[in-house]
Design a protein around this ligand. Structure first.
Ligand SMILES: [Zn+2]
Ligand SMILES: [Zn+2]
Ligand SMILES: [Zn+2]
Length: 264
């Protein structure tokens, strides 16, 4: 499995509009963070997790050839406001693209993007063709088991995903379930960690490190990073197997041991 970090920034991105802080003025490319998203690909199958306002730019920059499935964590603007640009993939693939999310997220999407889900042929060419599926429990994607991990993110639930050797958990303060087995044996954990100071709805660095004591992944990469964490400074303060991710980072992970024969 190849993981490409399309964006690693918090909701406003980094640099933040109008900000003159050291991170926002940094020349280090790793301090330029688009809104958080990853592109996962294995055995010719392509998955994107979240499609925020930078989705079009991310798809072009990394030359994403197709999208077989979109997984959504929750319906905040920084995670879904690029869904209209899925139209480009509809034209290329000549098919509707499955979007998987919690029932709560799908309900919010219908309210935010009514035109995408209404059966109005007049608009058909100018809206994305999405097939919405509600995630109710574990399922299979192209031979790998996907386990949804619900977590509390202020007034909404965010859905993380365990996919074979990796997990993607962002935008939450506490996990809803304490079932350790869902997150055991991870090769790579991609974790939303906003900043050092506590925040009411996101993990701080200390809270994340406490969580890692419990989950014990082999490697962890932080995403959804605010401008309060400059890449080089913060990186020096983290344990050796914990990193700040950056836009464009590519990781290859062996997914063969997790393959479920005969499942798709
Ligand atoms: Zn967010
Ligand atoms: Zn700043
Ligand atoms: Zn959020």
């Amino acid at each position: 499995m190849r993981i490409t970090f399309l964006g690693t920034g918090t909701s406003m991105g980094v640099p933040a509009i109008g900000c003159t802080c050291e991170t926002c003025q940094s020349e280090d490319a790793r301090d330029k963070r688009l809104r958080s998203s990853v592109w996962l690909t294995w055995d010719g199958f392509h998955v994107v997790i979240d499609a925020g306002p930078d989705f079009r730019l991310q798809a072009l920059t990394h030359r994403i050839p197709r999208v077989d499935v979109i997984l959504l964590t929750h319906a905040h603007a920084d995670h879904v406001f690029g869904l209209d640009d899925v139209r480009g993939f509809n034209f290329v693939q000549r098919e509707a693209i499955p979007v998987l999310a919690s029932e709560e997220t799908l309900r919010r999407l219908c309210a935010m993007f009514g035109y995408m889900f209404q059966a109005d042929p007049y608009d058909a060419a100018s809206r994305p063709r999405l097939r919405a599926f509600s995630v109710e429990g574990p399922f299979y994607l192209h031979g790998l088991e996907v386990v949804p991990i619900p977590a509390v993110h202020g007034a909404v639930l965010s859905l993380g995903y365990r996919i074979g050797p990796i997990a993607y958990l962002t935008d939450f303060k506490t996990l809803l379930s304490v079932d350790k087995s869902c997150l055991s044996g991870l090769e790579v954990l991609i974790l939303g960690v906003l900043r050092k100071r506590p925040h009411p709805t996101h993990l701080s660095v200390d809270e994340a490190l406490d969580l890692l004591e419990w989950i014990r992944p082999r490697m962890t990469y932080f995403i959804h990073i605010s401008h309060e964490m400059k890449h080089d400074v913060t990186s020096r303060e983290l344990p050796s197997n914990v990193h700040l991710a950056w836009d464009g980072l590519v990781l290859d992970v062996d997914h063969e041991p997790w393959r479920c024969q005969g499942k798709s």
